[in-house]
Design a protein around this ligand. Sequence first.
Ligand code: MG
Length: 190
Amino acid sequence: MKKLMIDLDETICEGGYLEAVNEYLHTDYKYTDIPHYYVEDVMDEEEKEKFLDYFYQNVNIYKKVDIIPKALEVIEELSKYYEIYIVTAFVDKRRVKESSIMAKYKYEWILENMPYIDPKKIVLTGSKDIIMCEIKIDDKVANLKGYGETKLLLNQLHNEAYSMEELEKYHIRRVFDWEQIRSILIKESE
Ligand SMILES: [Mg+2]
C-alpha cells in the first residue's frame, strides 16, 4: 500500500480561524475578503500581538470548523487503498510554548471525526518536509515542493496566484474538490 499524506487545515476542515478573528475584531470578514495565508494579517502588528495572546488562551477553532464537502467520506474510502497519515503543523513560531495546545485540539478533532484513521498515523509536527509519503494532499504549496510521486494542491483563495507553470516545476497538480481527488487517487491505485 502506498502512503498518503493528508493535511488538515483548509484541506479537510476550514473556517474556525476566520470565525475567531471575526469574533475578536467584531467584524464579518469572509474568506473572499482575505487573500492571505494567515487570516490575522488583516490586523496591524500591535493588534496581531494582542490577538495571538487572546487566541491561545481562549479559542479552540476545532469547535467551530466546517468540513470541506465530501472530505471525510472520500478519505474513508481512500483508506481501503492507501495507508493514510493525517499530517498537520501546530508550531507557531510567534508563540512557541502557547501553540502546544493546538496539538491537543487537532488530535482530538481527528480522533472524533475520523475514527477510521489509526491514531498512530496522526502526525503533529512543525516540519512537513521530512514526510516521505508517495502521495500528498495539501493547500500550501511549500508543503508539496519536496518528496512525492503525486502531489495534489487543493485550490484555495490563498494559493490561486500560483500559475500552472510554477506548480508544474514541482510536479504539483491543482485540484478543486474532494470528488476530483477521489477519482484521481482511486484510478491511480488500480
Ligand atoms: Mg493546510
